[in-house]
Design a protein around this ligand. Structure first.
Ligand code: FES
Ligand SMILES: [Fe+2]
Length: 379
């Protein structure tokens, strides 16, 4: 049994703050607690609406041991626990696709896109299928970004949480975008280390020469944006003078721009962090969504999607290699850092060191919100 009294996180002392004790990054028991207190309660990115544009389109999203099916049924989107109501088998084994019905492979109980059980072969006449729908998760869509929430109670409405970010994103028409490319990375590090890394650019000058060609570290050393809600940050993504986008050259990589933007509007870079684990960076010519998914105490799956305007055509307006190049390079550089961070923390001599409030303020914001989400476990 984990002794939580020894796990108190360190707090501020003047200009520095510290990280968490090593158990936070290693303990299976602590990880299970995070899955319960954070990942079963908060909004998590599931995908972009363009992935489920037509009736019958579906995508699955793994959340720890859970699998959630997100389906399109006319103008409705449903989120359903991917667990058959007969003997509990996974109903859908594909990560995405199109189907008229969802048929459990085991005994062929069949559900509609809304999760209602519509056929159960050879069950007695007294059997009442309507009593056995797939369990529902909460689902919401913001600017075309689909989020799910596994909480048993009613979560805070998505629109309400993200309301203040709406105007900043309006010119980009993120809802009108589509996924041009996606990569899922596997990182051998605790999800909080991956988020810590993503939240600061203290490491950027030495590690990300390509990224630093266009990112203006001087204007925004810490990466803190407008905090409009304890779980939401948004605001301008600072590019250097002359750079039009976050690309290898600073030039846009997609000719058809997002929304109603013209080239004269560039740079038009906006970032959104939606805690615990979603980030969207939109540059006007393309955008990238990061979704950090804890797999185990020492493994994180990072799903990245590169978005372009819905009307943009590959070959004519962009080529995928150019769209993904900078952030794919930058991501891979970061995963190396996260993995050496995890390795170092395994040492029994590890103690959380002083973090720099000026250079790493968004890390502090992330850790504070983490503590708030974990609630009394951390007191
Ligand atoms: S477990 Fe799904 S039909 Fe039996
Ligand atoms: Fe980085």
């Amino acid at each position: 049994m984990l002794d939580t009294s020894k796990l108190r996180p360190s707090r501020h002392t003047g200009e520095v703050f510290t990280g968490f004790p090593r158990e936070y990054y290693l303990s299976a028991e602590w990880f299970a607690r995070e899955m319960e207190l954070i990942f079963s309660r908060q909004w998590l990115y599931a995908g972009h609406e363009s992935e489920i544009r037509h009736t019958g389109d579906f995508m699955t999203r793994e959340v720890g041991d859970e699998s959630i099916l997100v389906t399109r049924d006319g103008d409705k989107i449903h989120a359903l626990f991917n667990v058959c109501r007969h003997r509990g088998a996974r109903v859908c084994l594909q990560s995405n696709g199109n189907a008229r019905h969802l048929v459990c492979p085991y005994h062929r109980w069949t559900y509609d896109l809304n999760g209602q059980l519509i056929a159960a072969p050879a069950m007695p006449d007294t059997f009442e299928p309507p009593r056995y729908p797939l369990f529902r998760a909460h689902v919401g869509s913001w600017n075309g970004m689909v989020f799910i929430n596994l909480s048993k109670g009613t979560p805070e409405p998505l629109d309400q949480m993200l309301e203040s970010a709406k105007a900043a994103f309006a010119p980009l028409d993120v809802a009108g975008c589509r996924v041009a490319h996606a990569i899922t990375y596997s990182v051998a590090a605790n999800w909080k280390l991956v988020l810590d890394n993503f939240m600061e650019c203290y490491h950027c000058p030495g590690v990300h020469p390509e990224f630093c060609r266009t990112f203006d570290l001087k204007r925004n050393p810490g990466g803190v944006l407008n905090t409009s809600h304890p779980l939401v940050d948004f605001g301008e993504f600072m590019l250097k003078r002359g750079a039009k986008s976050s690309t290898m050259t600073g030039e846009p990589v997609c000719r058809r721009l997002m929304g109603s933007l013209t080239e004269a509007d560039l740079p038009a870079a906006v970032g959104l962090t939606f805690r615990p684990t979603s980030s969207g960076l939109f540059f006007g010519d393309y955008g990238i969504v990061h979704d950090f998914q804890p797999v185990s105490p020492t493994e994180t799956r990072v799903r990245c999607q590169w978005l372009v305007a819905g009307e943009a055509e590959q070959g004519r307006d962009y080529d995928v290699e150019s769209v993904i190049e900078l952030w794919d390079i930058t991501n891979r550089q970061d995963w190396v850092l996260c993995e050496i961070n995890q390795k170092g923390i395994r040492s029994r001599r590890f103690v959380p060191g002083p973090n720099n409030l000026e250079q790493e303020p968004a890390v502090e914001v992330f850790r504070s919100s983490y503590l708030a989400m974990m609630g009394e476990s951390c007191l």
